[in-house]
Structure formats: structure tokens, C-alpha cells
Design a protein around this ligand. Sequence first.
Ligand SMILES: NC(=O)c1ccc[n+]([C@@H]2O[C@H](COP(=O)([O-])OP(=O)(O)OC[C@H]3O[C@@H](n4cnc5c(N)ncnc54)[C@H](OP(=O)(O)O)[C@@H]3O)[C@@H](O)[C@H]2O)c1
Length: 259
Amino acid sequence: MTGEIPTAPLTGGGTIPLLGLGTWQLTGAPCYDAVRTALELGYRHLDTATMYRNEAEVGRALRDSGVPRNEVFVTTKLLPGSADRPDATLDASLRALGLDAVDLWLVHWPPGGPGVDLWRRLVAARDDGRARHVGVSNYSLEQLDVLTEDAGVTPAVNQIRWAPSLYDAAVEDGHRERGVVLEGYSPFTSTDLGSPVLREIAGRHGVRPAQVVLRWHLEHGVVVIPKSADPGRLAENLDVTGFPVDADEVARIDRLAAA
Ligand SMILES: NC(=O)c1ccc[n+]([C@@H]2O[C@H](COP(=O)([O-])OP(=O)(O)OC[C@H]3O[C@@H](n4cnc5c(N)ncnc54)[C@H](OP(=O)(O)O)[C@@H]3O)[C@@H](O)[C@H]2O)c1
């Protein structure tokens, strides 16, 4: 049974659901259908980006779903190539999405260096209400520190590639110590779902290895945004809280990074 998805607190107030729908490589009708299905199933967090060219479909599916806007956490991202015109880019994203504000606006990846000037523009967009929270993606801990030191504002979130095979306690702790929510992307494409450890744990709980991978993120308090265009897998990926996972199982999955 699909239970309540936990949330993580964000600096400045509010929370982010620990599980959302990734939408990279979903465009047109398949994107609209996947987002509609996800919202019907109970997803309340959508991850898009200017680069994905699907903000209009994501926004239309959200509106048509009838789910109240304030119940869904919407993230979009700015291409570093638009670093010279971030405000126009955000306005274009908001128009495409049909929203007054996004919940989270991210720099998709560092624009060469950490991009302190660009980061100040994101903070200004937060302050004028067009983005409730601002953050970054694909940043190192050192680059996060440059933004904090030079602009005086720490990103609320850093979205990075994350999976059992990439587990790094120092990176996880580094985000926690800085008050930055770690959001993982590509949980499956970075994982061997046939791994004996994942299969054994999944078998014990009567679930699939993919569900164990998502649950492992939740146990660590890491946000995860799996993408699926398939209604069955969309349902499976949300159904990750109804089975017990103990600390020993989490530790065994952590150790897949060293395998
Ligand atoms: N910030 C960044 O630079 C960045 C980079 C990459 C991704 N992202 C974000 O992260 C999201 C997720 O990452 P991703 O799209 O790279 O890959 P992913 O979510 O790790 O994997 C998606 C693939 O796994 C399949 N899949 C989905 N559920 C499954 C399940 N239960 N069992 C087995 N296979 C399953 C999907 O196929 P079906 O669709 O056929 O189910 C698809 O082929 C993206 O959509 C995007 O929103 C961000």
C-alpha cells in the first residue's frame, strides 16, 4: 500500500517531499500522461527543467489534475547558458508552467565556476517571490561554500547524481552540516538492479529491487526523483514506505559503493 511520503525541512521554512517524479526525456503527450498519472497516484513533487522542453506539459497536467497547487512541489532549473538573462528565463518557465512561482529554482550545473553573480540573481528571484526556494545542481561541497561565503546565502538544495553505487558518507554529511538538502537524481540508471544484495533484501520484503533503492534514499533523508513513463512502474516507485527496512539492510546497501 502506498503510504505517506516523508518530507525534509528546507532552510527558510517549508518542506520538500522526499520522493518526486523526474521528467527528463519525457516530452509531449507521454509527458502529460505520466504527470497526470503520477498526480492521480499521489505524487506531490515534480522535477522539470528548461532543458527538458516539457514545462508546458508538466504545467498543463498539473492544472488538469485538479490537485490544489499548494499541495504539489514544483522544481525547474536554469540552463547555465542563460546565465546572462536569468530573470527572463525564469519568467519564461513560469509562463510555460502556468504558475506564479515555482517551489524550487535550481542552477542546472555550475556555469564554469560556482557562478556567484548568477546565484545572487536566483536569491533576488526568491526574495521577489517568483521562487519559494533556490538551489543548485551538480555542485561540489567546495562550490557550495563559495556561494555561501561570497553571497551570504546557502543553496537550499543541491541536486546531484546519487545511488547506492555512488554512496559517499562524507558527501552526505557535508550537505547535512551545511544545511543543504541532498537531492539525488538518476537512482536507477546508476544502479545494477540485478545486484544480489538488492534482490535478497527485496525478496525478503516481497518488493522489487527498484523499490528498495528508493526506500534506501528515504532512510537516508535524501530526496529522490525517479522517472517513469509506465503507469505500473509509476505506482511501484511511489509504493516504498509500506515495508520495514532495518539499519543493517541500509548499511549493506551503503556498502554497494565499495563493491
Ligand atoms: N540535475 C541534473 O543534472 C539531472 C540529470 C539527470 C536527471 N535528473 C533528474 O532526475 C530524474 C531521474 O533520473 P533519470 O531520468 O536520469 O533516470 P532514473 O530515474 O534513474 O531511471 C529512469 C529509467 O528507469 C526506468 N524505470 C523507472 N522505474 C523503474 C522501476 N521501478 N524498475 C525498473 N526500471 C524503472 C525508466 O523506464 P520507464 O520510463 O519505461 O519506466 C527509465 O528508463 C530525471 O528525470 C530528471 O528529472 C537531473
